[in-house]
Design a protein around this ligand. Structure first.
Ligand SMILES: Nc1nc2c(ncn2[C@@H]2O[C@H](COP(=O)(O)OP(=O)(O)OP(=O)(O)O)[C@@H](O)[C@H]2O)c(=O)[nH]1
Ligand SMILES: [Mg+2]
Length: 260
């Protein structure tokens, strides 16, 4: 029988966003928060949602949403590292449970350099990573191998660090701005082909990774603008499920549905 003295305290995970300036880190963070605040993920009769008790983080998110709806424009570039604290909750027929707490770090792009000591410290203190790659750039840079390989540098440097330190930390690789990839099949084939060397690199290092496709356009109707999200929270839920399973905590893999 469980009593209050044996009750487990939810684990706090630290997640770090990684990616170059303008790749879409903050838009993605806001998009997945909107989804988990409002829509509530449902799977097998279970609901998942974020609770944010961090008043400052809530204020930042609300300001961004208000600014988007009033101006129809994306939020401004991140000037200094922000952290957002969330609690992930689940409800099913047996009741409501706190799955975990996590702190999500959103740095400005130019500080995401592994040779930056402050960034390296954050990398080493994180449990999992969300690494961002601009999907449209990957298609457009097809004839520019140097620029193409530059797009992969942030994720490769983290993978090298994981491998050389013998870690198992998961990396969710989010391909951003997929709504800007033209709908022709050829563009999607080019995207897959150009990503193959990165996939091979990660496989060789035995990295625990998964690719996700993200589209968060701004849509305006009747003078009101909103960020529209589809499955934006899947990478975060995947990371949390991997971290919980490495802690031997069950969080059904079937709860989430990554694209690839
Ligand atoms: N169409 C479209 N544009 C996007 C999407 N995500 C980001 N963008 C565009 O990319 C720009 C940069 O996005 P941010 O999220 O601010 O980029 P960031 O990685 O946080 O950049 P820094 O904070 O400067 O490092 C936005 O202002 C949008 O113009 C998306 O899903 N679709
Ligand atoms: Mg940002």
């Amino acid at each position: 029988m469980t009593n209050s003295s044996t009750k487990t305290v939810p684990r706090i995970y630290s997640l770090l966003s990684i990616g170059q300036r303008g790749v879409g880190k903050t838009v993605f963070l806001v998009g997945s928060c909107i989804e988990l605040y409002t829509n509530q993920y449902q799977d097998n009769g279970q609901q998942l949602w974020f609770d944010c008790e961090d008043a400052e983080a809530q204020q930042i998110l609300e300001n961004i949403l208000r600014q988007v709806s009033q101006t129809g424009e994306y939020p401004a570039a991140t000037m200094k590292i922000s952290n957002f604290d969330f609690t992930l909750k689940m409800r099913n027929i047996w009741g409501t449970k706190t799955l975990c707490q996590f702190r999500w770090w959103d740095p400005p792009g130019e500080s995401c350099q592994i040779y930056n000591p402050a960034f390296l410290m954050m990398v080493l203190n994180s449990d999992g990573y969300c690494s961002f790659i601009d999907a449209r750039n990957i298609v457009d840079r097809t004839n520019d191998p140097k620029m193409l390989s530059q797009s992969f540098e942030p994720v490769k440097s983290i993978a090298d660090m994981i491998n050389s330190n013998n870690l198992q930390h998961p990396i969710a690789i989010v391909l951003t701005k997929c709504d800007l990839v033209r709908s022709q099949a050829t563009d999607w084939q080019i995207l897959e082909k150009n990503l193959q060397p990165l996939k091979n690199y990660l496989k060789n290092l035995k990295i625990n990774y998964k690719f996700f496709y993200s589209s968060i356009p701004i849509v305006s109707t009747d003078g009101m603008s909103n960020l529209i999200t589809t499955d934006s929270a899947a990478p975060i839920l995947w990371l949390v499920s991997k971290l919980r399973s490495s802690d031997n905590l069950s969080f059904s893999d079937g709860l989430i549905n990554p694209v690839n």
